[in-house]
Design a protein around this ligand. Sequence first.
Ligand SMILES: NC(=O)c1ccc[n+]([C@@H]2O[C@H](COP(=O)([O-])OP(=O)(O)OC[C@H]3O[C@@H](n4cnc5c(N)ncnc54)[C@H](OP(=O)(O)O)[C@@H]3O)[C@@H](O)[C@H]2O)c1
Length: 327
Amino acid sequence: MKAIKTAGLGPGTRLVVGTSKPPKPGPNDVLVKVKASSVNPKDWKLNRTAAMLATPLLTKLLPPLFGDDLAGEVIATGSSVTDFTVGDKVYGMDMRPRTASLAEKAVIDQRCVAHMPHGLDFATAASLPLAALTALQGLHIGKAQSGSEVLIIGASGGVGTLAVQIAKAMGCHVTGVCSSRNRQRVHELGADAVIDYTAGDYRRDAGQFDLVFDVTSYETPQSCAPLLKPHGYFVSTGGNAKSVLALRTSRNPRVKGVLVRPVRRDLETINSMIEAGELTPVIDSQFAFADTEDAYRRSRSGRAQGKIVITVADDCSAESPGETAAD
Ligand SMILES: NC(=O)c1ccc[n+]([C@@H]2O[C@H](COP(=O)([O-])OP(=O)(O)OC[C@H]3O[C@@H](n4cnc5c(N)ncnc54)[C@H](OP(=O)(O)O)[C@@H]3O)[C@@H](O)[C@H]2O)c1
């Protein structure tokens, strides 16, 4: 089967279409014919670390294949799988190397997938799992609930566009932090207020919040201290060394990191929000399988407005033959 692999070593490393043996499902796995996947910054951060260190050894330690998010059709099930059958349309994610979704076929543990939300095509569904679960789980960790005043820093990116909408669906009062070019978009996602981070340091006069959810990972509990109510939570996605260190060294029990977990029940919560019209995926751009390197380059720019999708199959429509949009 075709699969995305690395070619070259060090800074010249590129992602190219190669071939690989199709994976075999274990007892608890489903084998999925992958229709679409999406890019998460973690993917290229791993690659970049290997490239920067330029060590063949580290490159060898990287998973040989790539991709966590997937949407597609079940084509085989393991002996213990009871919740899915061949032909089911599923979406989900697993960050373990055993699931490599940038390939024509991928195995994934049945606990990491759910049936796809009604009304979405595969490309749109593939944009969701890792980012939407991060948003939902981050908001839960920060004890967001109806009436909470929530500040979302990084409201225009892959995780942020979903976090704004999920927080609104939970009944929170949401303030989004983004640059001027994304103000309108973040308002349209439902944010009650928008702060333009390019207009100057907002930390002293933005008010105080029950939860500051730093999706960018650029902030620390110290830099956000003026933004927190006395019992407010600071939650970070911990996407770089500075934020991880700040989280690890904090003694404040309300300073937390989110490390996304693939939980089917949470995917089903996302399904409910989509089907209720409370959550609309935001797609920054869509790339063909052969252009995966370009998709990663777009993500590395740090300027994505929503999620970057990679279509693995040519046809990403989720309608069965004979089925129409009105069915
Ligand atoms: N711990 C976990 O489980 C987990 C899970 C998912 C993601 N993450 C981490 O979370 C981070 C965000 O992920 P993502 O997928 O949302 O990234 P992304 O889509 O690449 O985020 C890009 C967005 O960030 C905005 N941005 C950049 N600088 C900003 C700033 N100073 N203030 C506010 N917004 C800013 C950009 O808007 P402008 O271009 O307008 O500035 C752009 O829209 C990454 O570090 C990722 O590794 C961690």
